[in-house]
Design a protein around this ligand. Sequence first.
Ligand code: NDP
Ligand code: MG
Length: 383
Amino acid sequence: MKRIAIFGSTGSIGTQALDVVRANPERFSVEVLTAHSNSDLLIKQALEFKPNVVVVVEEAKYSVVKEALQKEDIKVFAGEEALEQAAGMDTYDIMLAAIVGYAGLKPTLKAIECGKVIALANKETLVVAGDIMVKKARQTGSALIPVDSEHSAIFQCLVGEMRNPIEKIILTASGGPFRGKKPNFLVNVKRDHALQHPNWSMGAKITIDSATLMNKGLEMIEAKWLFGLKPEQVQVVIHPQSIIHSMVQFEDGSIKAQMGLPDMKLPIQYALGFPQRIKNSFPRFDFRKFDTLSFEEPDTRTFRNLALAIEALNRGGNLPCVMNAANEIAVWAFLRNRIGFLDMMVVVEKAMQKVPFIQEPTLEDYFNSDAESREFAAELVKL
Ligand code: NDP
Ligand code: MG
């Protein structure tokens, strides 16, 4: 029985992970559940899965959660620090890191320090401080198992290839709802349209990141850290059907791909069950329903965010951290109709130019760069 701590249990990844747990009660038990403010769902989940601990970050929600769970043998905590404390508990085996954005960094670092297995959905943490996370994981023996579908695909392609170097990886991208569109169209795009992803149903932030291609840029940086790659070994190809989840090319030119219908439950289940594959009844891919799998070059002139992320990947240092912070603010502002679709890329670019570059940042430097970039971007979006 694997004991799981789900950080971000009320989100898109978190709820799908609980579907996997529900279907496999003999394999998984839930030890920790956390939410930011969705106390109703957190309570419902806690009553069903009976974890040892729940954390609600928004302190104003503490009393309602506490009261609802008072008859249960469940400890309830509130506040940001409680996340880290829960991450440090020795009563769980695997953390599913499914908080969105920078907020997931400290609890994930804590779990790595404790040598836990991390099923990692939260790509922003690796973008912000990938070097520190990877180094720490090596020291403590903590394993980072990707949940992001592309990285899960690469991870699956690498099973059994321990001694065979990677020539390059090819990350596939659906292209999002605005594939093929040009700036004269994008300038008028509104939030609700950008939230309609053609192939995946996901949380709001990653859905907007997919529409701007920032998501793929974040994933390039995520791949660099997860698989120890040089920037030039990471390539992106647009594959609108989202059937090939990514590919690895080895030194003999052979390419392995991992395929399947787009369904996040698969990579979630693979990460939680690793190294075992668990039988399930998810819908299967049928070649007769897909007569074409196609590929195209990404348009980085229109979708500037991908070009900016490639710059951050190449230069490294604190630049990915700065980019990520500005992007979080830009997406936040776009979701509130404060800025337009193309403005998001302007905010990110300006912050990357503004915040001083640090080649070899410490963790403290990352905290400061994040704060500085956020503050600068917040000023911009007020205009
Ligand atoms: P959601 O927005 O659906 O869920 C986010 C979760 O994090 C919720 O439980 C939310 O709580 C919690 N949360 C939000 N802000 C904070 C905060 N400041 N402190 C603590 N907890 C917080 O996101 P997704 O599930 O879509 O994505 C989660 C992560 O997984 C992201 O990093 C994303 O990039 C990655 N990912 C997601 C995929 C997907 O299909 N959704 C695919 C691949 C990667 P509450 O509900 O209370 O707000
Ligand atoms: Mg992905």
